[in-house]
Ligand binder design. Structure first.
Ligand code: NAD
Ligand code: 48Y
Length: 382
């Protein structure tokens, strides 16, 4: 698959026919850039600059390909996700960065959310969303949790219909939960919990958590078949011997929101069906100060797309004040899943430095800085 790879990479090892022989040679990664609409076009260039500016000691090189998707693409071409975008990602790219799209709130014939489609077409079954305070902005309650959102099914299968009932229209949608998807998302949640525990064990002095924990989120008290299957399957996946050190608990999604807002520091890894994961992650973003801070990675077995959790933010578009941090952290998250943990760590550290210094913050964070100034400050710290 794809471009030259002389390094070690967890997600690509199985696909790569070339095992590493020249560890000293630079690894070149080809990255698809899909800005989309609105502030997606302001933050993705910042993500590209970060990749271009990584220290040469990391021995990483990047090439880029610009790709279209979004509402404007739909207006120009009649499709929100051109085949060329999907084919190029599949055939040429090692990873990608996605900005945001402006999906309309009313039905527009022929339009369908391109990011939702892309997740399914590339089988990016896990949407990993770390939500974290930094030392300088924790208000005494350090939050360090990850929402692991199932990314391919649930109400997002988008099988809806409207029929004429005796008292007017009736609209319905399918909520599909499969054992297969519930198992693999729970398995990856367990693996993430173990990986986080290993990182904490390496620096016990700064760690506030003794044991890895996964919270299964569901509404099986009402939806006993769909969410019931998610809950049971998650329990089974996380009962595997390899997760014996992980404490597994569960929480009904509404009380989960309550507890998340009351006691966010309690949570470690949260695994959720697609829609609950979507909603929980925006809620959790409020707890750390802004949607403009929270990254995500859409992850499959062989590919990762970094994507800020936020949307196209039409209310601030064009003003040069969108917060680029969610995208910059998404760059790091994408690199982590492509096996470049060292590069990712340097980006996270530069971002934390920017936030802790609080000298260059965009207005969503109570500052006056522009997107460019925040980017420049992070680049300086890299
Ligand atoms: N992944 C995606 O492509 C994605 C994600 C969410 C929403 N959307 C789409 O985005 C459009 C707008 O949705 P919305 O307004 O409900 O949500 P939004 O996330 O775009 O904005 C919500 C609020 O957060 C603020 N905000 C978001 N990102 C910010 C940033 N980086 N810096 C500073 N402030 C930021 C916005 O100004 C706004 O006040 C909709 O069409 C929706 O469909 C797309
Ligand atoms: O507006 C869209 O086209 C998709 C929004 C998207 C979603 O998964 O629902 C967004 O809310 C997200 O969290 O990625």
């Amino acid at each position: 698959m794809k471009s030259s790879d002389d390094g070690d990479c967890r997600f690509q090892e199985s696909n790569s026919s070339k095992k590493s022989i020249k560890m000293a040679a630079a690894r070149t990664l080809r990255i698809g850039l899909i800005p989309g609409d609105g502030i997606g076009r302001e933050v993705i260039p910042a993500g590209r600059r970060i990749l271009e500016s990584l220290p040469s000691s990391l021995n990483l090189k990047f090439s880029f390909v610009d790709l279209d998707a979004g509402y404007e693409t739909f207006q120009k071409t009649g499709t929100a996700l051109p085949d060329k975008t999907v084919d190029t990602l599949k055939k040429e790219c090692d990873g990608a960065l996605f900005g945001a799209v402006s999906s309309p709130s009313t039905k527009v014939a022929g339009y369908s959310s391109p990011i939702v489609a892309l997740r399914k077409k590339l089988d990016l079954y896990a949407n990993v969303r770390p939500v974290k305070t930094t030392a300088g902005n924790s208000n005494g309650k350090p939050i360090d949790l990850v929402i692991v959102r199932e990314n391919t099914e649930d109400l997002y299968v988008k099988e809806e219909r409207t029929i004429e009932g005796p008292n007017g229209k009736v609209a319905e949608a399918i909520k599909r939960i499969s054992e297969h998807a519930s198992f693999r998302i729970s398995n990856i949640a367990g693996e993430i919990a173990l990986r986080r525990q290993n990182i904490r064990s390496a620096s016990p002095a700064t760690s506030t958590r003794d044991q890895a924990m996964v919270t299964i989120t569901h509404k099986s008290n009402v939806l006993s078949q769909t969410d019931g299957l998610f809950r049971e399957t998650a329990r089974r996946a996380l009962a595997a011997e390899k997760f014996s050190s992980v404490f597994v608990e569960e929480q009904i999604v509404d009380s989960m929101v309550y507890k998340l807002f009351r006691q966010p520091e309690f949570y470690d890894v949260i695994v959720a069906p697609n829609l609950y994961g979507d909603i929980l992650s925006d809620g959790a973003a409020a707890l750390v100060g802004s949607l403009g801070l929270v990254p995500s990675a859409n992850v499959g077995d062989a590919f990762a797309i970094g994507e800020p959790c936020h949307g196209s933010a039409p209310d601030i578009e064009g003003q040069g004040i969108s917060n680029p941090i969610a995208t910059i952290r998404s760059v790091a998250l994408m690199l982590e899943f492509l096996g470049e943990e060292k590069a990712a760590a340097q980006i996270y550290a530069a971002v934390d430095g920017n936030l802790d210094a609080a000298q260059f913050l965009t207005p969503d964070m109570g500052g006056k800085a522009t997107t460019q100034q925040v980017l420049d400050d992070v680049l300086k710290r890299l």
